[in-house]
Design a protein around this ligand. Structure first.
Ligand code: ZN
Length: 132
């Protein structure tokens, strides 16, 4: 089919995705689907990896940053993806679908415990976040 984007919207459509970027704490370059300032005034980043490829293969060691992160997993059925999330010194299990808030300045990571079909776990960061 191809893309049929009008010239006046060409800066609003990005198809050369993901954009792989080195991130502290991660074992390999992270696939970003939205990068900061990709679009006018949109200063968020959204990374996501395919969860069925991450079973027994965590993508990151515990790490921290000064902005919060939201883990988001959207699935058709409850429990399609099961992750173990670490926040601070707590580890807990969460079944999809889920959204999890990781406070800024807190050690965190997750490991996929179960995922039998292609699904994505997103990590969403707001780069210009300010403490409410
Ligand atoms: Zn993080």
């Amino acid at each position: 089919m191809g893309n049929t984007v009008p010239e006046k919207y060409s800066a609003y459509v990005v198809t050369d995705l993901p954009k792989y970027t080195e991130v502290t704490g991660h074992h390999a370059p992270v696939p970003f689907w939205i990068a900061p300032n990709m679009f006018p005034g949109i200063n968020i980043e959204i990374a996501a990896g395919e969860a069925s490829k991450m079973v027994g293969n965590p993508n990151a060691a515990p790490h921290t940053h000064d902005i919060p992160e939201v883990y988001l997993c959207v699935t058709e059925n409850r429990g399609d993806v099961v992750v173990e999330i670490q926040i601070g010194d707590e580890k807990f299990t969460v079944e999809s679908p889920f959204a999890v808030f990781v406070p800024p300045g807190t050690d965190h990571c997750f490991a996929v415990l179960k995922c039998d079909s292609p699904n994505y776990v997103f990590g969403i960061g707001q780069k210009d976040w300010k403490k409410p």
